[in-house]
Design a protein around this ligand. Structure first.
Ligand SMILES: Nc1nc2c(ncn2[C@@H]2O[C@H](COP(=O)(O)OP(=O)(O)OP(=O)(O)O)[C@@H](O)[C@H]2O)c(=O)[nH]1
Ligand SMILES: [Mg+2]
Ligand SMILES: [Zn+2]
Length: 235
């Protein structure tokens, strides 16, 4: 019985996610779901993406946090429309929250909406939020074993970003191991080595993202990667 309740929540979330996709396909907005651990560098990376793409695209940001509005203030200071979503303890964002926030943006004038999900490598991966693309961030201090330990997050992403590469000399972190593990479970996803601090590798990442956004805006639709395999394994 309890398992059934969980399924219903996920199925309901899928329905709402489908409605968001229809709305954003119609308005030609590319929705990006950025996920990673607390402190992995999500907000820092969003700032870099904004700097790289703001001249080309109209960008909006949804900042998801359990509490506070620190990240939204950072984005607001850049002159970018932003909404702070506070989950009041919840450890992931659901599609319903995004659906309620969308009217706060002028989506007809927006090209790109980036959602910074709650810092967590587990359940955000299970909840579609109507995104066109998922980007997962793993930072060097977290360790190079995370792809093996949290497979769903890394299997259901469109790109993996290894962040904080500037501190590689101080950590026992093998980028090749992470790339090999990622390739085993998600061979289509590119892996970018970046530093949000120095800006190294950001160009390659934003060029990839630019191409993905342009495809969504020109075709109006994206074939999304399913989260769960046909066998229904979710890890
Ligand atoms: N050395 C180094 N520090 C970084 C890098 N990127 C981010 N940081 C630092 O890491 C800390 C966390 O960065 P944030 O961008 O706030 O991380 P976040 O993932 O948004 O964190 P939450 O929103 O709290 O989950 C800050 O002190 C950043 O300055 C990087 O590439 N190199
Ligand atoms: Mg943040
Ligand atoms: Zn959760």
């Amino acid at each position: 019985m309890e398992i059934k309740i969980v399924k219903q929540i996920l199925e309901w979330n899928e329905d709402v996610s489908g409605d968001i996709i229809k709305e954003l396909d119609r308005d030609k907005v590319c929705l990006i779901n950025l996920m990673g651990s607390p402190g992995a560098g999500k907000t820092t990376l969003i700032k870099q993406i904004i700097e790289s793409l703001r001249d080309k695209y109209s960008i909006g940001i949804i900042e998801g946090d359990v509490a506070g509005q620190i990240d939204a203030e950072t984005i607001k200071d850049m002159g970018i429309p932003v909404v702070q979503l506070q989950t009041d303890g919840a450890c992931h964002i659901e599609a319903l929250s995004i659906q309620k926030i969308l009217p706060m943006f002028e989506t007809s004038k927006l090209d790109v909406l980036i959602v910074e999900n709650i810092g967590n490598l587990v359940c955000p991966a299970e909840f579609n939020i109507g995104e066109d693309y998922r980007i997962t961030l793993l930072s060097v201090p977290e360790g190079d074993d995370k792809v093996v330990k949290y497979p769903l997050m890394f299997r259901a992403t469109d790109a993996l970003v290894i962040n904080k590469c500037d501190v590689l000399p101080y950590f026992d972190f093998d980028c090749g191991r992470v790339e090999g593990n990622e390739n085993d479970i998600n061979p289509d996803a590119p892996v970018f080595r970046v530093s949000g601090r120095t800006g190294d590798g950001i160009k390659e990442l934003t060029e990839w993202l630019d191409e993905k956004i342009a495809r969504k805006l020109s075709e109006g639709h994206v074939d999304r990667k399913p989260i769960f395999s046909e066998k229904g394994e979710g890890e």
